[in-house]
Design a protein around this ligand. Structure first.
Ligand code: NAD
Length: 353
């Protein structure tokens, strides 16, 4: 019989442990470090296997698998998007993910990724804005004050120096919740009664609403020159947030074009409409903002490499801590070919017990 010390155990980070880890590291520090991890991986973009995520659509939402590998590690995330879930007390987005060693295929980490997705999405948004937003940006409007909202606000504070946020949601209870959670965090927070009011004086416009349709959260006349748009909520076929006319006036930056053309705001445009890949901006091989009057648009959909970076980060962060448990996930017979023997011996020991 195998003893626990010889078993290949897989570190598992539960939701409780992830929350403890975030508090241990510090929320804003973790957002900054995740942004650095994502930037480092985007700078070595050609070394990754890349594929648009694999969706299973239904009338009410989508379930997606997001795999990638850098040749040494392989990662995937399981994530759903169901905008109507909140009406029955469930979240719009939940996720978990796994990292594995490419050399032997054994998993090296299994973790919750609902909280981690909110963190990595916010870190990615703020990282893009660090490269694209007008210099000296201090004020951000956030339209859509659901689960992602406060993470976005705090990432932009930590990474871009935003100190004022102006919030709007069609459901005032969502805005009240965000106000409560952001109190005492060093942000000047204003609740607004319309999207138009929220964008007044804002350097950065974040849209992070959930609705499975072609919505118009920002119309053309709401967007003046010189702003940066962080469009997060349009991330599925048939689910967008911006009036098409805004896209024609913007310099558009995306994660992975083959996925963004299906899922992002740019699904509204011709398939050859020019866009810039963000990794090139991070690597210094493509320009970001070129003039103070540019409208820059990060058409965020969420790409597998961001999750890979987050998984890699968590694997390192939990080393030497108590923020995980070892899972008996992999059958591990003493003789690798004697899987049946292991099963049969377990029956004998069960009878003896
Ligand atoms: P959520 O359901 O918790 O919050 C969405 C909020 O949008 C709700 O409070 C709702 O009242 C509000 N809303 C809907 N229509 C609106 C409108 N017209 N104007 C103003 N507010 C409106 O969802 P969440 O977890 O915060 O996610 C928000 C969106 O972000 C979802 O569409 C999700 O799929 C997307 N998302 C994208 C990424 C990415 O990487 N790009 C990652 C995570 C989530």
């Amino acid at each position: 019989m195998t003893t626990p010390s010889t078993k290949a155990l897989v570190p598992f980070v539960s939701v409780d442990d992830m929350m403890r880890l975030v508090h241990h590291i510090g929320l804003e520090r973790m957002l900054s470090e995740l942004a650095d991890a994502i930037e480092a991986d985007f700078k070595r973009w050609p070394s990754f296997d890349k594929t648009p995520r694999i969706p299973a659509h239904s009338d009410l939402g989508v379930i997606e698998l997001m795999p990638t590998s850098d040749g040494e590690l392989y990662g995937f995330k399981y994530v759903n998007g169901h905008p109507s879930n909140t009406a029955s007390g469930l979240q719009t987005v939940t996720a978990f993910g796994l990292l594995a060693d490419v050399a032997n295929g054994y998993p090296v980490l299994l973790t919750e990724m609902t909280i981690l997705t909110a963190l990595r999405t916010a870190a990615m948004s703020a990282l893009a804005a660090r490269h694209l937003a007008p210099e000296g940006s201090r004020t951000m409007a956030v339209i859509g004050n659901g689960a992602q909202c406060e993470f976005q606000c705090l990432a932009f504070k930590a990474i871009c120096g935003i100190d004022k946020v102006r919030l709007f949601d069609t459901d005032p209870a969502a805005t009240r919740k965000a106000l409560r959670n952001l109190a005492g965090r060093g942000l000047d927070v204003t609740a607004c009664t319309s999207a138009q009011e929220a964008i007044e004086g804002a350097d950065i416009l974040t849209t992070v609403t959930a609705d499975k349709r072609y919505a118009t959260i920002l119309s053309d006349n709401m967007v003046g020159p010189g702003v940066h748009i962080n469009a997060v909520g349009g991330d599925c076929p048939g689910k967008t947030e911006l009036a098409e006319a805004i896209l024609h006036r913007s310099r558009i930056f995306v994660e992975f074009p083959p996925q963004s053309r299906i899922e992002g705001e740019i699904q509204q445009l011709a398939p050859d409409h020019p866009v810039t890949e963000l990794w090139e901006v991070f690597a210094g091989t493509a320009p970001g903002r070129q003039s103070a009057r540019d409208i820059t648009l990060f058409d965020s959909v969420g790409f597998a490499i961001e999750d890979f970076s987050a998984l890699r980060y968590v694997r390192e962060a939990i080393r030497g801590t108590a923020y995980y448990v070892d899972l008996d996930l992999l059958a591990d017979p003493d003789d690798p070919r004697d899987l049946m023997g292991m099963l049969l011996r377990s029956q004998t020991s069960a009878k003896l017990a």
